[in-house]
Design a protein around this ligand. Structure first.
Ligand code: G3P
Length: 217
């Protein structure tokens, strides 16, 4: 499974990228606000650090305006993926922008029917929002599984980009289902390394090593 970092925090992205943990980045208007930076400036900086797809989201609601914004965002760097919402106008913009050879990430997906439309509109990525479905007592991971089944049934090439990932359990479940990508906050990715038995085992090893009185270097 590819890891995308869901953030516009350049330092956090760079730290994970140095570890080889970053296959791409996703941003959205809320993450740009959180960064406190200009969208073009911060997106350009991210694109210079990360070689994989970097999603930048349009904010227009009409197809023509989305297409114009998408073209402007795509001019930032070669690895820009234009993010459009899963609305009828977003699907129209997706069809036009992908036909121009641009990567498009269709976001705010909350149903299998929406994902089916996005694939037929030629989406490069589909972003089902797991956490926000869980928030209203629905099963976000079930949506990911449904999309995986439907896409595999018909050989759609659109990549499933599991989004609104809130926990390490979401990462594991998305990988078990076979999502192509999971995009997660830096903290969730870092937390994947943590286990209390690892800490306990390391403590025991170092305690016993100290008793040997030896040094390696
Ligand atoms: O990529 C979408 C993600 O940023 C949304 O996450 O936690 O606001 O649902 P969340």
């Amino acid at each position: 499974m590819k890891f995308f970092v869901d953030s516009a925090d350049v330092d956090a992205i760079a730290e994970l990228n140095d570890l080889g943990m970053v296959d791409g980045v996703t941003t959205n208007p809320s993450l740009i606000l959180k960064s406190g930076r200009d969208i073009v400036e911060v997106t350009r900086e991210i694109c210079a650090i990360v070689s994989g797809p970097v999603s930048a989201e349009v904010v227009a609601l009409g197809a023509d305006a989305m297409i114009a914004e998408g073209r402007k965002l795509a001019d930032i760097a070669e690895n820009i993926a234009i993010k459009v919402p899963l609305t009828w106008d977003g699907l129209k913009a997706c069809k036009t922008l992908t036909s121009e050879g641009r990567m498009v990430n269709v976001t705010l997906c909350f149903s299998a029917n929406q994902a089916l439309l996005a694939a037929k509109a030629g989406a490069t990525f589909i972003s089902p929002f797991i956490g926000r479905l869980d928030d209203i007592n629905l099963d976000g991971m079930e949506l990911v599984a449904d999309i995986r089944t439907i896409y595999d049934n018909y050989g759609f090439e659109t990549e499933i980009l599991a989004a609104s990932v809130r926990s390490v359990n979401h990462m594991r479940a998305a990988a078990l289902i076979g999502a192509d990508i999971a995009t997660a906050p830096p903290a969730v990715i870092r937390k994947m390394a943590e286990h209390p038995l690892t800490d306990k085992g390391l403590e025991g090893f170092l305690r016993d090593w100290k008793k040997t009185g030896q040094k390696i270097v």
